[in-house]
Design a protein around this ligand. Sequence first.
Ligand SMILES: Cc1ncc(COP(=O)(O)O)c(C=O)c1O
Ligand SMILES: [Zn+2]
Length: 405
Amino acid sequence: MAATGSRLTRLDCRACCTSVEADRVAGTCPTCGHALLATYDLDGLDGRAWVADWPGRPSSLWRYRELLPVRRTDDIVTLGEGRSPVLPLARPDEGGPTLWLKDDGGLPTGSFKSRGMSVAVSRAVELGIRELFVPSAGNAGVALAAYGARAGRTVRVYLPERTPAPMKEGCRAYGAEVVELPGTLREVGGAARERERRSGAFDMSTLREPYRVEGKKTMGLEIYEEFGGDRLPDAIVYPTGGGTGLVGMHKAFLELRTLGLLERMPRLYAVQPNGCAPVVRALRDGAASVVPWEAPETIAPGLLIPAPFDSERILEAVRGSGGGGVTVTDRQIVAAVRTLASRHGVSASPEGAATYAAVPELVRSGAVRDGESVLLYNTGSGLPFSLASLERSVGVAGESEAPRN
Ligand SMILES: Cc1ncc(COP(=O)(O)O)c(C=O)c1O
Ligand SMILES: [Zn+2]
């Protein structure tokens, strides 16, 4: 069977330095319960030759296979995910930062979650796991259902009752069993883990499973490939829920730096709605970990995460990059959904639109300066959402919002 050339060596816990054998089924750290992250043998990899080889490779995230955890090509479960477009965004005024938008809305299953699930389901296949479950705000469930279907695995998805109907239907259409429960993802996750305790099914929750973050790492690798090492954006603005995207992109930039390919790391900015901003609050308070957000509320389902798992890693990623945090209101998010569609032709999820809504505050606060280049990450398509009902839920109609500089 053909080998991918993966340079995966082991799994490491950053909290307590426990190392775990990579080729056995593993969830969280057996010593302290924090996340396990994949370590690769980068010493023997010639970074420049590796990058020079990318253009001739398949147009999916599997072109980065040496820094992905799957060992055998036959185990790869793919729907052609990755390689999403980076679009310039016209600015309403002169001056201010140059804006780019990386659009994952066109990826398989309509969001960036396909990146993590392609890699994690492939690894589950490789390690012989047959039954998978995930508590999800919607997109991760749809992605697991699709990749699980392709891999012939049994999938159960636990969704908050208020998840958009197209996402619930999407999971069912891919053949997953859907369990709807009350509360936010925090309560749903707790209940799901309790129910699954003796089922033998594997928990695919982000960072409780070591490989989804490796798939999300490819967001950083693609940004590197798109811009080149010497012209990377000064800042990347990311809609933060569970925070795995930030951890993944930071890991990408660290690995590229170890390979001698990166001089300057983009600053990572976490955007959260002001009704649920535990990561931004922890960044502002200089806290070592996140305190759960009381009474969380937002129209962006993927950002309704009051207590992200292993928040130390998220804070480390943002601080290590020299970035920060910013909040936006639901009203600004909905206006940004409208503007991205009507002015830029981009169908953005409320989560992705939050990054556009954050630009004026990033400029006003001086976090981003005139002449810098800023990449906004649209993590998902707007298609599962009705703009009219988003507008009704924040009490406005037809309002656009431009990033004013
Ligand atoms: C569209 C969208 N954007 C962003 C997020 C949050 O991503 P992360 O867990 O990487 O912070 C989610 C999570 O559900 C999502 O569905
Ligand atoms: Zn540990």
